[in-house]
Design a protein around this ligand. Structure first.
Ligand code: NAD
Length: 498
């Protein structure tokens, strides 16, 4: 049954009026299953006006009341987790168990946001000068906006909206137009939890909607997650319009495999980290770097049969290990990179390009691809592929291996597998990458830490999640007080401590 996804403004579903729509595919069968309204500038402005109108009331609602609404939201998210996971799996194509895990990781941010009364506490210094006290408080910014990518339609909206709203802001979310149903359902659940209408609004759309959010003076802060060229554009445009901006971009994450690493563990770790979610994760491991050719030979021999027998299947089938890619367009892009990698001289050990699934011939399925002997000067190595491919690079030494993630333009995540504590510690200390795993393939920090890459993987100086999110979504006010009992007369010198 084809369906329409519209907008959620002022606590109500609002029909799109622009006359423009995007297709929503079921990637497993390769057919359009619905359409999403693409908002006009005027429709986005209406959402911003609604959010702005609610700001005085919401920002002055007591922090304990806000925290309790977040707690109720948390309960309802758990009650609806299966439905949310199914929406993710049906529109994105990641397998249902993985989809549920991604909803869970978003819920963990809501768990953190429940502690908002504690998180927003300011600082207090008493008697800094005789009879003078100083305290600081964290105030909400106003209307904040979130622009999210296709690959985590539950988790990434939940990195943003719950934290911004808990801090007292109102919010306009612009989800990916490829899989918008889950963020819409999350907004409905927030309303069911008692969030007043207009605090959280969702507009669906494309560049027109994004550009409106980036330039409208009523929007005070923009959180973005997506590809690097768009992240760079969003950061430049939002900041040029006087807004705070955190913009997370693409990735090319390396795993260093030291000669003493347990190769059974490494093989398991690489299978999940490279091919889970069909490689459509910004923390996917897409490059494995060995430091010794004998280890590389052994590893490739161990990986080959595992990649060849990956269970690729319908995303809602619990037996599937890997689902389809999100769209035909993305499938073509990934295939183009595999073609390029081959032309650039890498050895194709397993070729996933020709996979056809019986009964799902039109689905956007691709098997796993494994490249060996990848040249670090090649474009296929330097650029993000974002598909089920793993590239093995054979470095000649640990020093050479350690340098690769540092000199790569991306710096989101990396990991090292070794039994040598000294090597691991020194790698974690020196590598120019934002998130490091030691014997952990996908080092996504939990919600009470923070998430963010370096170099071209992130623009702006605040990560998402944890206290960095609280700092991003608030501004500090510092109050200096005195209750004088007698007049001291006018002072013309800058006051100093007395
Ligand atoms: P994308 O950049 O194409 O789209 C992201 C958002 O930007 C969407 O909401 C989209 O509608 C909007 N957008 C697209 N083109 C635009 C334009 N020209 N002007 C204004 N807005 C535009 O990214 P995607 O394909 O949805 O997601 C995949 C990318 O996201 C990958 O590069 C991946 O590495 C990255 N990603 C990064 C992180 C991270 O935390 N660093 C997390 C998840 C995904």
């Amino acid at each position: 049954m084809a369906y329409d996804v519209n907008h959620f403004i002022g606590g109500k579903m609002v029909e799109g009026k622009s006359g423009r729509f995007g297709d929503i595919y079921n990637p497993s069968i390769g057919e359009v299953q619905g359409r999403v309204a693409l908002a006009s500038k005027a429709e986005v402005e209406a959402a911003i006006a609604t959010a702005e109108g609610m700001f005085p009331e919401w920002s002055s609602t007591s922090v304990v009341t806000r925290g309790r609404i977040i707690q109720k939201f948390l309960q309802l998210l758990y009650a609806n987790i299966d439905e949310l996971a199914e929406l993710v799996s049906r529109e994105h194509g990641k397998v249902i168990t993985d989809a549920k895990g991604s909803v869970q990781r978003g819920i963990e941010v809501v768990e953190f946001a429940c502690g908002i009364p504690h998180l927003l506490k300011g600082e207090y210094s008493d008697n800094v000068s005789t009879g003078v006290d100083i305290y600081s408080m964290r105030k909400a910014l106003g209307v904040c906006a979130g622009i999210t990518p296709f690959n985590f339609p539950a988790m990434i909206p939940m990195w943003m909206a719950p934290m911004a709203i808990a801090c007292g802001n109102t919010f306009v979310m612009k989800p990916s137009e490829k899989d918008p149903s889950c963020p819409m359902r999350i907004a409905e659940i927030f309303k069911e939890a008692g969030l007043p209408d207009g605090v959280l609004n969702v507009v669906n759309g494309d560049k027109e909607a994004v550009d409106t959010l980036l330039t409208d003076p009523r929007v005070k802060a923009v959180s973005f997650v997506g590809s690097t060229p768009i992240a760079r554009y969003v950061y430049a445009t939002a900041t040029a319009h006087g807004k705070r901006c955190q913009a997370m971009g693409g990735a090319k994450n390396h795993m260093i495999i030291m000669p003493d690493a347990d190769l059974d563990l490494v093989t398991d770790a690489l299978m999940g980290a490279a091919y889970g979610s069909a490689g459509e994760r910004c923390m996917a491991i897409s490059v494995g770097v060995t430091t010794d050719d004998r280890v590389a030979d052994k590893l490739v021999n161990m990986l080959k049969p595992r990649v060849e027998t990956l269970k690729v299947g319908y995303s809602l089938d619990p037996a599937s290990e890997m689902g389809p890619l999100v769209t035909r367009e993305h499938w073509n892009k990934v295939k183009g990179y595999i073609d390029l990698g081959e032309q650039e001289g890498a050895e194709v050990v397993v070729d996933g390009r020709d996979l056809k699934l019986q009964g799902y011939e039109n689905g956007f399925f691709m098997g796993g691809t494994l490249f060996d002997k990848v040249n670090t000067e090649s474009r296929a190595y330097k650029e993000e592929i974002f598909g089920p491919t793993l590239q093995i690079v054979r470095a000649k030494s640990a020093d050479e291996a350690f340098r690769l993630p540092t000199i790569h333009e991306y710096g989101n995540g990396t990991s090292i597998f070794t039994q040598n504590g000294h090597a691991a510690r020194s790698y974690a200390d020196k590598v120019e990458v934002g998130m490091v795993g030691i014997n952990i393939p996908i080092p996504v920090p939990l919600a009470f830490h923070t998430f963010g890459g370096w170099k071209n993987s992130a623009f702006g100086d605040h990560n998402t999640m944890g206290m960095q999110a609280v700092h991003f979504y608030t501004k500090i006010k510092t109050v200096t007080t005195r209750w004088p009992t007698q007049r001291t007369g006018a002072e013309f010198d800058l006051p100093t401590l007395k």
